[in-house]
Ligand binder design. Structure first.
Ligand code: FES
Length: 70
């Protein structure tokens, strides 16, 4: 019998949600996204041009997950 590890989602500071494990991500129409790696990064800054995946744009827009300090 094949064993599957639990999938995990990790929120990275000032960055994407990293999805690890056996997970199928669907687009808005319910079609599975092509999967090239076991680890996938989901955009949470809203700036990615390949949503729902992260394309690194969070760095360009200065996405920050921490409260600004005065
Ligand atoms: S979190 Fe990386 S592009 Fe949005």
């Amino acid at each position: 019998m094949e064993r599957h590890e639990d999938a995990t989602i990790t929120a990275y500071p000032n960055g994407p949600l990293i999805v690890r494990g056996d997970v199928t991500i669907l687009d808005a129409d319910g079609r599975p996204l092509p999967r090239h790696r076991r680890t996938q990064a989901l955009c949470r800054c809203g700036a990615s041009t390949i949503k729902p995946l992260c394309d690194g744009s969070h760095k360009l827009v200065g996405f920050c997950t921490e409260e600004p300090t005065d």
